[in-house]
Design a protein around this ligand. Structure first.
Ligand code: 5GP
Ligand code: MN
Length: 338
């Protein structure tokens, strides 16, 4: 646990108009963008206009979040993002802990003389921060943002905009309060956010009930025609080629959640999705029991993540990635067969 974030309170208060950048990991999910915009809206309550910079674009299912229109995309406006980061007093790094996770923007952050503030719940922080609130016990970065606001004695400032953003990240990172990262603190924080004006139904619908027909059909296609069940390794595998992604007009965020279906099959302990993105083959791993998804992703596929939910990538063709993945499974047969 890293917990010296309270030390920035006097610095924040001393600065007349602190220049603050908030950034998060590439292709932000609801926890990444929700924590960023939750903090952005909180700073507004303190009279501070901060800037949220996303290293890349993100899914349409996040575009309802209050403040979202002000988010800068580093890939679209690199010069502005570099200038703002160079001039910043503070850079808040949320929901990631290694600067390589924010692509080229990572080196811009590293080179900035701004104080770096880490708020995150992933394993193995790189250690680039000056101040941090880091705990792998937290359900989500949104939960940690709430705890940060609580440390500042500012819970009374949490309005509906802040509450909606934070609730969204807690809801999605716990898979609707289902995963074992859901603690008593998670429920206490969620309850406070509901009291502050977040609507659980509205947020659920905004995130989960806004699929395009193509995205819904892609799920059917992937499960019916593409899912391989490797019984001897208790593994489900889906590989989607570039042509298939094109056919279903897949855009950013559309394959989110697809990897989870495999795990709902009785006896399956590892579910894997390999998708053929233009830049690289992107892999998602979800496991049950003692299969270390993060270690596997890190060792073989240049990735990482949580013990049971991790990701990685490869520059090789999708067929080669599929073959390599399958050949590696035998090293884990003891874990997967029991
Ligand atoms: P997803 O499968 O949803 O893309 O990612 C699941 C989790 O794995 C993320 O929350 C993140 O912690 C981690 N992850 C995904 N892709 C990568 C990657 O390329 N590198 C690292 N270090 N972690 C990743
Ligand atoms: Mn998260």
């Amino acid at each position: 646990m890293i917990n010296n974030i309270a030390e920035i309170e006097p610095l924040l208060k001393a600065a007349t108009k602190p220049k603050i950048i908030i950034t998060t990991h590439h292709k932000p999910d609801a926890d990444a963008l929700g924590s960023s915009l939750g903090l952005y809206n909180f700073f507004l309550e303190l009279g501070i206009v901060s800037t949220v910079i996303s290293p890349t674009d993100y899914g349409n299912f996040l575009k309802w979040m209050p403040g979202e229109k002000s988010v800068l995309n580093f890939e679209q406006s690199p010069e502005t993002c570099v200038k703002l980061t160079q001039e910043a007093d503070f850079v808040f790094c949320l929901d990631f802990n290694s600067l390589s996770r924010i692509n080229k923007f990572g080196e811009v952050v590293r080179a900035s003389s701004a104080k770096k503030v880490l708020i995150d719940h992933h394993l193995e922080p790189e250690g680039f921060q000056d101040y941090g609130l880091w705990s792998t016990e937290a359900s989500s970065t949104c939960e940690l943002i709430y705890l940060f606001i609580e440390k500042l004695n500012c819970v009374h400032l949490i309005n509906a905009n802040i509450a909606e953003c934070l609730y969204a990240g807690i809801m999605t990172d716990t898979a609707s309060f289902k995963h074992n990262n859901t603690t008593a603190t998670t429920h206490r924080v969620a309850a406070q956010l509901l009291k502050a004006g977040a609507s659980s139904t509205k947020i659920y619908e905004a995130i989960y009930d806004n699929f395009s027909p193509e995205r819904t059909r892609l799920i059917g296609f992937a499960l019916n025609e593409k899912m391989q069940i490797l019984r001897e390794y208790s593994t489900a595998l889906i590989c989607l080629t570039a042509d298939e992604l094109k056919k279903f007009q897949v855009s950013t965020g559309d394959t989110e959640g697809l990897v989870n279906y495999g795990l709902s099959i009785k006896g399956i302990k590892l579910s894997v999705l390999i998708i053929d993105r233009l830049a690289a083959r992107k892999m998602s791993f979800r496991s049950k029991g003692s299969f270390p998804a993060n270690e596997f992703a890190r060792t073989y596929f240049n990735g990482g993540g949580h013990f049971s939910a991790a990701g990685g990538e490869s520059s090789e063709p999708i067929e080669a990635v599929e073959k390599k993945f399958k050949s590696l499974l035998k090293n884990y047969s003891t874990i997967l067969c029991n």
